[in-house]
Design a protein around this ligand. Structure first.
Ligand SMILES: Cc1cc2nc3c(=O)[nH]c(=O)nc-3n(C[C@H](O)[C@H](O)[C@H](O)COP(=O)(O)OP(=O)(O)OC[C@H]3O[C@@H](n4cnc5c(N)ncnc54)[C@H](O)[C@@H]3O)c2cc1C
Length: 562
C-alpha cells in the first residue's frame, strides 16, 4: 500500500530477491509525478545512496538524471547572520567521497515505477486503499480515482504499509507511539536555485573550497539556536529550502506561510531572505508540517504484515537519514518475506528484524531529542556531528554496505564490540547536552573545518565503499571501531573540560569512556575514573588527527576573548 520511495524500492527489492513473487503496489496518485515541487526528502547519506543506486539498481538513472551530493555542510551562527564569511563552516573541501546524491523525488519515483514494472511488479495507480482486513489472506479494498470510481479488492499473503503519513495500518492497529521529540518544518522549492557562494565575493572565503560550485552541491545547513535550514540543489534546476525548528524557541505560526517564512528569514537568516526575495517569482510550492516525529510499536509482524518508510516512523530530517531507514527496513522486510515464501520458518527472523528497525528509529530519536537549543553552539555541535557520523559509519552503515544487516552469525560474533560502541554512543548524546548546559554559547570561532582532512575520521567514511573486506577483517573492524570511538569520547571529554574552568581532571587520569559525564557529582558513582580507561595521551594515540583541527580554533578563540 503506497507507491512512494519506500513502496517502490521495496517492490524492486522483492522482485530482485525472488522474481517469482507476485508484487502489487497500490498508489493513489493519478498520473506521473511532477519534477521538483513534489515530495520532501531529497538529500541522501551514504547508506541511503548506496541502497538507491546499487541495491535497488538505479545507478544509471541517478548518474544521468540526479546530482552527486558534496556532503553535509554547516554554517554556524555569527552575529546577525548577515555575513556568511564570518560564520564557522564545517564541510568537505573536495569531492571524491563515498557517493551520496541529491534526488529530485518526482523524477526519481517515475523512474522507480518504470523499473519496478520492468521487473514484473504490478503498479496500480489512481487506486486508493480504503479498507484493510488482516487475515489469511489479507484483503485490501481499493477505490479507483478514475471516472466511475470502481471498487475492487486485492488479496495477499503479505501486506506492507508504505503509505507514508496516511498511516493506514499504524492507525488501524493502534500502533503509533508518541515521542518526546516535537519539532515542526516548512519548506519550498525555488525555481531560481540558490548558491551560498553568491552571497560573498570574498576571495579568501571562496578560495577555502578550491572548486567553485562544490559548496552548492552539498546539503547546506544554516544553523542557529532552535533551528536549522536546509538548502538542497535539484537536478531539474530549483533548490529545495526548508526550515526545521523547535516550537519552544521558534513557534510554528511564525513561519508556516510563505510570507511569514520570508519575514522569519529576514530576522534570522538575512542573506538567505534576500536571495529568496529576489527569486520569489520562481516559487514553486510551499508546504509545512507540525510535530512530525513518531514511532511505532511494531514494524514486522508474525501476522505477515509490515510497515516501511514514514508509515513506520520518523525521527528528524537532520543528517537526511530518511532513506537510510527505508533501506534498512526494506532489506529486513525482504529477508523475512523471501524466507517465508520459500517455506522457511521465519518466526525468529521476524522478531530479530522487527527489533532491529525499532532500535534504529529509537537510536535516531536519541540523537535529536532535546538537541535544538544546542544547535547554535558551534563547538558542541562540531563535536556532536563528528561523533554521530563516526558512530554511523562504524556500525550501521558498515554493516549495510557489506550485507551484514541480515547476517545473524556476524552480528552475534561482533555483538560485544557493537554494544561497546552503542552504549558509548548513548552516553555521548547525554554528554553533548551537558556540555551545552555548562558552557552555553552561540556561534564559535570563525573558520573552516574541512572534515575530509580529518584523516582517521574520514577514513571511516571512505571505508564504506571498499568491497574487499574479508569476513575476518570486518569483524576486526568492529573491534577497532569501538576502540576508536572510546578514544574519540575521551578526547571530547577533555575538550569539554578545557571549556569549563571549574572542572579539572588530570591528563594522566584513566578515563572510563562508559563513565563520561560532566556532572562531577556523579563521577564516582558512574565510574569515570577506572584503571581500564584511557589517559589523554592514549586517547590521542587512537584518534591522532581530529582534536587539533576540530577543536583548537575554538580553544584559541576563547583564549583570545579572555
Ligand atoms: C521535513 C522533512 C524533510 C525530510 N528530508 C529528508 C531528506 O533530506 N532525506 C531523506 O532521506 N529523507 C527526508 N525526509 C524523510 C522522507 O521524506 C521520507 O523518508 C520519505 O519520503 C518517505 O517515503 P515513503 O515512501 O515512506 O512515503 P511517501 O513518499 O509519502 O509515499 C507514500 C505513498 O503512499 C501513497 N498513499 C498514501 N495513502 C494511500 C492510500 N490510502 N492509498 C493508496 N496510496 C496511498 C501516497 O500517494 C504516496 O505516494 C524528510 C521528511 C520530512 C518530514
Amino acid at each position: 500500500m503506497g507507491g512512494g520511495l519506500a513502496g517502490l524500492t521495496l517492490a524492486i527489492q522483492l522482485k530482485e530477491a525472488r522474481p517469482e513473487t507476485t508484487v502489487r503496489v497500490i498508489e493513489k496518485r493519478v498520473g506521473a509525478a511532477p519534477d521538483a515541487a513534489f515530495k520532501v526528502g531529497e538529500s541522501t547519506t551514504e547508506s541511503g545512496a548506496y541502497y538507491l543506486s546499487d541495491v535497488v539498481g538505479m545507478k544509471d538513472h541517478i548518474h544521468q538524471h540526479q546530482l552527486r551530493k558534496a556532503g553535509l555542510r554547516i554554517f554556524f551562527p555569527s552575529g546577525d547572520n548577515a555575513d556568511i564569511t564570518s560564520r564557522n563552516e564545517m564541510g568537505t573541501r573536495r569531492g571524491g567521497h563515498t557517493p551520496t546524491f541529491q534526488i529530485d523525488r518526482g523524477r526519481f519515483e517515475n523512474a522507480l515505477a518504470e523499473r519496478a514494472r520492468a521487473l514484473g511488479a504490478e503498479i496500480l495507480s489512481a487506486a486508493v486503499v480504503d479498507g484493510v482486513e488482516i487475515g489469511d489472506p489479507h484483503v485490501v479494498s481499493i477505490v479507483s480515482r478514475d471516472p466511475g470510481g470502481e471498487r475492487s479488492t486485492v488479496a495477499a499473503r503479505w501486506l506492507v504499509d508504505a503509505g507514508g503519513r496516511s498511516a493506514i495500518l499504524r492507525s488501524k492497529l493502534g500502533l503509533t507511539q508518541e515521542v518526546e521529540h516535537t519539532i515542526d518544518a516548512a519548506w519550498f522549492r525555488l525555481g531560481g536555485g540558490i548558491d551560498v557562494e553568491d552571497w560573498s565575493d570574498d576571495e579568501e572565503w571562496l578560495g577555502r573550497v578550491p572548486e567553485r560550485g562544490h559548496r552548492r552541491l552539498a546539503t547546506n545547513h544554516l544553523m542557529d539556536e532552535g533551528y536549522w535550514i536546509w538548502i538542497i540543489p535539484l537536478a531539474t534546476g530549483p533548490s529545495s529550502v526548508g526550515i526545521v525548528a523547535d516550537p519552544r524557541i521558534h513557534p510554528f505560526d511564525t513561519y508556516n506561510t510563505f510570507e511569514k517564512a520570508l519575514e522569519w528569514l529576514r530576522a534570522h537568516e538575512p542573506q538567505l531572505a534576500a536571495d529568496v526575495e529576489a527569486k520569489r517569482d520562481t516559487l514553486q510550492d510551499f508546504l509545512s508540517i507540525e510535530n512530525f516525529s513518531y514511532t511505532t510499536e511494531r514494524v514486522i509482524s508474525p501476522e505477515r504484515w509490515a510497515l516501511t518508510g514514514e508509515a513506520a516512523g520518523f525521527a528528524d530530517p537532520l543528517y537526511s537519514v530518511g532513506s537510510d531507514v527505508i533501506a534498512f527496513a526494506n532489506t529486513l522486510i525482504t529477508h523475512v518475506v523471501q524466507g517465508d515464501l520459500d517455506g522457511e520458518d521465519v518466526s525468529g527472523r521476524i522478531e530479530g528484524h522487527n527489533r532491529q528497525v525499532l532500535v534504529t528509529i529509537d537510536n535516531l530519536l536519541k540523537l535529536y531529542t532535546g538537541l535544538y537549543p544546542v544547535l547554535g553552539n558551534a563547538q558542541v555541535m562540531t563535536a556532536k556531528i563528528l561523533w554521530d557520523n563516526a558512530y554511523f559509519w562504524s556500525y550501521p552503515a558498515l554493516w549495510f554496505f557489506n550485507g551484514k544487516l541480515t547476517d545473524r552469525e556476524f552480528r552475534e560474533a561482533t555483538a560485544e564490540d557493537f554494544t561497546r560502541g552503542l552504549e558509548l554512543h548513548w552516553r555521548m548524546q547525554r554528554f553533548f547536552r551537558e556540555w551545552h548546559e555548562r558552557a552555553p554559547r552561540r556561534g564559535g570561532a570563525p573558520g573552516f573545518l574541512p572534515v575530509d582532512e580529518l584523516g582517521s575520521f574520514w577514513q571511516r567514511h571512505l571505508d564504506l565503499q571498499r568491497d574487499d573486506f574479508s569476513e575476518q577483517e570486518l569483524r576486526e573492524r568492529q573491534r577497532l571501531n569501538a576502540d576508536y570511538l572510546e578514544g574519540l569520547g575521551v578526547l571530547m571529554f577533555h575538550e569539554a573540560l578545557g571549556d569549563l574552568p571549574d572542572l579539572t581532571v588530570d591528563e594522566d587520569a584513566r578515563i572510563n569512556p562508559r563513565g563520561i559525564t560532566l556532572r562531577s557529582e556523579a563521577w564516582e558513582e558512574e565510574g569515570l575514573f577506572d584503571e581500564s580507561g584511557l589517559t589523554l595521551a592514549e586517547a590521542r594515540e587512537r584518534v591522532p588527527d581530529v582534536a587539533p583541527m576540530a577543536f583548537e580554533p575554538f580553544r584559541s578563540a576563547a583564549e583570545h576573548t579572555q
